[in-house]
Each structure stands twice: as structure tokens, then as C-alpha cells.
Ligand binder design. Structure first.
Ligand code: IMP
Ligand code: MG
Length: 186
């Protein structure tokens, strides 16, 4: 805990070991539900990069991977309320296929709701949502996590793919950022 990034951490919420155990549990559920299909995991960039990479290596079945790029936060810790979907998956990967939409965290629900609608419009036969974290907060839109690794309270977290102003995605554990480094940009 003394590398440059570690010094910005207030406390560790999930250690690497806890994360590994959560991944094993989740992968087993997905394997039970999808082993007779060839699902496409659509990973929301950039936050689900680390989670997706770890998850698919625990799923030894036929599957496909594609991406979409969603952004809603800018440089703040509070969502700006609209979701921009930029890069979209190749329709050939999605049409008629069961899709597992993967994101780092379900917070307001806007990102997953918008991405889910887009995937159904592209022709996915079924879209289920799968997140590393679900925040226990009232949702402003109807969105749910069909699969999740962990639940957390209402606080801003970094690491394991999650960023603050573009930083900290490469922390291998989940943490709360030191308060003096957080600028609440409401
Ligand atoms: P939602 O659209 O409000 O559900 O937000 C989802 C997106 O906001 C996630 O994909 C993250 O990129 C980002 N986000 C939400 N909460 C946090 C957090 O605590 N830390 C870092 N990013 C977050
Ligand atoms: Mg983000």
C-alpha cells in the first residue's frame, strides 16, 4: 500500500482476494444460465474493462465479446444526467443472440437502461445486465442488475476499472478516494 496510487486511497472496500471470490461466484451463475447458448458479452467502456477481462477467463464456454462506449460523468463524481453512447457493437455479433450487458457499476441506472434499449433495437434476442457493483441508492430510471458481484453503499469508489476523472482504473482493488482529493462538481 505505498505505491503512488495507493497514497490517494482512503480505505480499501474490496481486496483482490475478495474480488476473486466474487468473480468465481458470478461466473458459476453465468455458466449455469448460458452454457447451452453462445452469448455475446457487450462490455461498456471504459469502466468494465478489468471486470470483463477477469470474468470471461472464468467462463470456458463458447461466447463472443463486443463493446460499447457509454459516458455520463465527465470529470465529476455526480452523473451529469445524460448518457452518450458512442461506439456500438457490430450488429453481426448481436442480432438474434442472447446478450450479457456488462458494466462496472449500476448507479442511477441511466447507462444500463440506455444501453439495453440500444441492444434490443439492434436485434438482440434477450439482454441481461451484469455488473461488478450495484450501489444501494434509489434509481432515477428503471434499471436492474440481473447479475452482480457485490453491492455497496452510496459512496464514490475507485479502482478495478472505476475511475475518478480518468484516474485509478488500474488499482487492482476497490477503494474509497481520499476526501481531500474529491471535488464535488454539482
Ligand atoms: P449510472 O448511469 O448512473 O448508473 O452510472 C453508471 C456509470 O457511472 C458507470 O458505468 C461508471 O462509469 C460511473 N460511476 C457511477 N458510480 C461511480 C463510482 O462510484 N465511481 C466511479 N464511477 C462511477
Ligand atoms: Mg466512469
Amino acid at each position: 500500500m505505498d505505491a503512488p496510487l495507493d497514497r490517494d486511497v482512503e480505505r480499501v472496500l474490496l481486496s483482490e482476494e475478495q474480488i476473486r471470490a466474487g468473480l468465481e461466484r458470478l461466473a458459476q451463475q453465468l455458466l449455469t444460465d448460458y452454457s447451452s447458448d453462445e452469448p455475446c458479452l457487450v462490455a461498456c467502456l471504459r469502466g468494465s474493462l478489468v471486470f470483463t477481462a477477469d470474468l470471461i477467463r472464468r467462463m470456458p464456454i463458447r461466447l463472443r465479446v463486443d463493446f460499447l462506449h457509454a459516458s455520463s460523468y465527465g470529470n465529476a463524481t455526480v452523473s451529469k444526467g445524460t448518457v452518450d453512447l458512442r461506439l456500438l457493437p457490430d450488429p453481426d455479433e448481436v442480432v438474434g443472440r442472447r446478450v450479457i450487458l456488462v458494466d462496472d457499476i449500476l448507479d442511477s441506472g441511466r447507462t444500463l437502461a440506455a444501453a439495453r434499449r440500444t441492444l434490443l433495437d439492434l436485434g438482440a434476442s434477450d439482454v441481461k445486465t451484469c455488473v461488478f457493483l450495484e450501489k444501494r441508492v434509489p434509481r432515477s430510471v428503471e434499471a436492474r442488475a440481473d447479475y452482480k458481484c457485490f453491492e455497496i453503499g452510496d459512496e464514490f469508489v475507485i479502482g478495478y476499472g472505476l475511475d475518478y476523472a480518468g484516474r485509478y482504473r488500474n488499482l487492482p482493488y476497490l477503494a474509497a478516494l481520499r476526501r481531500d482529493l474529491v471535488q464535488r462538481a454539482r
